[in-house]
Structures are given as C-alpha cells and as structure tokens.
Ligand binder design. Structure first.
Ligand SMILES: CC(C)(COP(=O)(O)OP(=O)(O)OC[C@H]1O[C@@H](n2cnc3c(N)ncnc32)[C@H](O)[C@@H]1OP(=O)(O)O)[C@@H](O)C(=O)NCCC(=O)NCCS
Length: 185
C-alpha cells in the first residue's frame, strides 16, 4: 500500500536512490551521483530528518520531500560539510554548487524554509507529490514557519506546472533557474 509518512533512518538509501533516479537517469557516473547527493540531498536527511517526508510503498521509500526550515542554519552546516565535498568534484561542478542556493539566500526573509522533492517515475502523476507538499506545508505552518521556497529549471515543465498547481507563486527567474515560493502563516 502506498502512503505518506515521516522520514525514518531506514529510508536513507531509498531517498538517495530516488534522488538519483527520479528522471530515468540510469547511466549517471558514480562521481556525478556523489556530487548530486552532496549538493541536493544529504544535508536534509542528515541534519533535519524531522522536516522530511517520504512516499512509502510497502516499507520502501519511493519518493520524498526534504526540507531545511531556516536558511541561515542550513547555510552554516552546508558550507562547512557539504559544499566542500561538492566542490571537490572538480572545476565544472564548482559554479553549479556555488549558484545552487543563491536565490534561496536572497529570499530567506520571506521564505526561510526551502525544499527538494522527487518521486520515482512509476509513482509520478498519481497525486503523491501534492500530498507530500501538503504534509510539509502543514508541518512547517504548525511550527510557525512563514514560507517555503525552491528553485527548479525553467525548462522543467513538469515541475513548473506542479508547483503552480499546488499553490506556489513564481518569485524570480534567474538565468535558467526559476524560484517558487509559498507563504504558510
Ligand atoms: C515533480 C514531481 C515531484 C511531481 O509529483 P507528482 O506526484 O508526479 O505530481 P502530482 O501527481 O501530485 O501532481 C500532478 C501535477 O503535476 C504536473 N505534472 C506532473 N507530471 C507532469 C507532466 N508529465 N507534464 C506536465 N505536467 C505534469 C501537473 O500540474 C499535474 O497536474 P495535472 O495532472 O492536473 O495536469 C514528480 O513528477 C517528479 O519527481 N518529477 C521528476 C523530478 C523533478 O522534476 N523534481 C522536481 C525538481 S525541482
């Protein structure tokens, strides 16, 4: 049975797998996988598991929404422990990692929290992403957190439609990135 629940330690591998395979990218290199996990995934499940939810299918995590509730707190730990690992992957990755959270920093006063969401292909477009957004929004609102944001690619039509459908407003387009935000309280 498929359901939404809080992240648990046993979900670590399932979340990492989903992070790397939500877009059918089966031929990614080990080096690229490490970069993606260090830049977009590990901080949240290592440091803020209480702010993460998963799609569970029979005990297996097949989708997730992961979140940092306060940008400044995130940035301190991220820069020390994860960004340093990301940029060890070579010149070509440094710019990407450096730019990844620029818009989040710019809008942190209105949207202190930020998220990432991914679901394995065979579970997409069944309403599960919407349920993850609701679970996280209710959880953050109950904690008094006033807004949550994310960035995605301007060309990611699926994600752009998805965020608009579930109440996110476009904040800014910067180069090939688009930032969306949702006020919570
Ligand atoms: C984006 C994602 C999390 C959405 O989750 P989901 O469970 O598939 O979405 P839901 O079923 O809750 O919502 C469906 C809505 O999303 C959008 N959407 C989903 N798939 C779409 C597609 N193939 N084309 C266009 N819009 C799509 C539509 O607005 C759709 O509403 P509709 O069915 O009424 O048209 C999921 O599709 C995913 O993981 N995609 C790959 C990775 C990704 O892009 N992650 C976000 C990176 S920022």
């Amino acid at each position: 049975m498929v359901s939404i629940r809080k992240y648990e330690e046993k979900d670590y591998e399932g979340v990492c797998y989903t992070c790397l395979h939500s877009e059918d990218d089966d031929d990614i290199t080990e080096e690229f996988a490490e970069f993606v996990l260090n830049t977009f995934c590990r901080y949240y499940i290592d440091n803020e598991p209480e702010n993460c939810f998963v799609v569970d299918d029979d005990g297996q995590a097949v989708g997730y929404i992961i979140c940092a509730e306060n940008f400044d707190e995130f940035k301190k730990i991220y820069d020390e422990e994860y960004f340093t690992r990301s940029i060890s992957h070579g010149e070509s990755r440094i710019e990407w990692a450096s730019e990844a959270y620029k818009l989040h920093e710019k809008y942190k006063d209105t949207y202190p929290a930020h998220l990432h969401i991914d679901i394995l292909p065979q579970y997409q477009r069944m309403g599960l992403g919407g349920k993850l957004v609701s679970a996280l929004s209710d959880h953050l609102a109950a904690k008094g957190i006033k807004g949550v944001m994310l960035t995605t690619g301007t060309k990611n039509v699926t994600a752009n439609n998805f965020y608009r459908k579930y109440g996110f407003e476009e904040i800014e387009i910067y180069d090939t990135d688009i930032a969306f935000g949702k006020k919570l309280v």
